[in-house]
Every structure is written in C-alpha cells, then in structure tokens.
Design a protein around this ligand. Sequence first.
Ligand code: ADP
Ligand code: MG
Length: 232
Amino acid sequence: MISLKGIEKIYKNGSIEYPVLKNVSLEIGQGEFVIIMGKSGSGKSTLLNILTGVDKPTKGEVVIDKTNIGNYDEGKIAEWRGGNLGIIFQFFQLIPTLSVLENILLPMDLVKKIPSKDRMSRAMQLLKKVGLVDHAYKMPSALSGGEQQRVAIARALANDVQLIVADEPTGNLDSKNAEIIFELFNKLKKEGKTVIMVTHEREMIKGAGRKILLKDGEIVEDTLVEKEAKVG
Ligand code: ADP
Ligand code: MG
C-alpha cells in the first residue's frame, strides 16, 4: 500500500547541508499497525511528512496505492490526502473557534466524499465512537487534553479514510488518557485501518504489529512485535 524507495532528505542552510533521512526504504501493507520510535531529532516527523506528501524527499520515491505521489502537484496531493488520510498531531490542532461537532464536520464539508445529508449523523457517530457525544456543542477549550485528542481522532476519521498517521499523539497526555488513546488506535487496527504512529511509549508496542526504530535518519530496526514478544 505504501512504499518508500531510497528516501533521502537533506535540509540546506546556506551552503551547509543537514542530511535528515538517509536511504530509507520501507513497505507498509494495508491493515498494518506500525510504531515508529527513535530519539528526538532522529527524523521521525520528517519521515511521516514525506510519506503523507506534506514534504517532498530530496531523493527517492513515495508510492501509495501504486501511485508515485512525486508526480502529483500540490493540489492533487492535497486532494488525495483529504479523502484517504487522517493525520493526528501531538497538540491536537483543533480549530478553536469551531465547536467539537463543527471540527468534525469541517473535513467532510471540504472534501465532499461523504454525502451532505449523511454528515451530521456521521459526525455524531464518530463522537460516540470516541465517547464524547455529550461534548458535541462545546468549544475545544472546554475539553481536557485527552478529550481534545479524541476529537482529533474523530476528525481524522471523518472522511472514512483507510490510513491514519499520528505523530506522538499521547506526547502531551498523562498515562491514563494515553491509555484511552491507545485503545482507540487498537480498535482502528482491528477494523482494518492502516495505522502509522510515532510514539515514545513502550507499552504501545504490544498493540502494534510492527516496530521501526530510526537512528540518525536511518532505519536500524524493523521487527514484527509478535515475534519479539515470543523471544522476550
Ligand atoms: P524527530 O521527529 O525524530 O524528532 P524531525 O524529523 O523533526 O525529528 O527532525 C530531524 C532533524 O531535522 C532535526 O535535527 C531537525 O532539527 C531537522 N529539521 C527538521 N525540519 C527542518 C527544517 N525545516 N529545516 C532544517 N532542519 C530541519
Ligand atoms: Mg517529531
């Protein structure tokens, strides 16, 4: 489903070059739950940005569903993202001037994949899924961090996407709220969604199928978690 081939990313500052990703190749299949780990600065966010087309590699190919997205222009990539990809960030990034419900309706109204007559009931269903129906008409600022992240998950699912990408989604949450978020991701995996998540939390690995470790812009470990668990 997703294939990265020989990805390099070099940031330039004047004449100085900073290589951030070095020859990263990777294949992720439909329905996989992949955890990406690695120290701060190892290139995790850059890798997510490249595999979602938010950023372009300096070298190498990104092929998603047999399409080389390097051949897409910005508009086409944005269109593809809208209908196929849900992104979840560490700091939720809800729109503060919109209610919880409106935050979830917005991507549906923008992408128009879900028929307009179904959008409201779908938004309420998604809020039910994340346990926040009672908060539909509140503003995001009235919710706790854990609740806001659950809204962000509902929003990411709004357009019935198959691919969910999350960059340290529990990085700003206490362990109890992190647990709730992990459970939701596990549920998504069980529903057959492809989930790619950057996290520092080791407990999360149990739920995932695969762990990738980045070090200084290179994949130094790529293991199936079940196998690892048997050995340990
Ligand atoms: P991680 O998410 O693993 O913490 P990042 O992918 O954010 O790492 O960053 C990897 C490296 O690339 C860091 O050293 C960071 O400073 C550098 N970097 C990230 N974005 C830029 C940019 N736009 N310009 C220059 N350097 C950057
Ligand atoms: Mg990061």
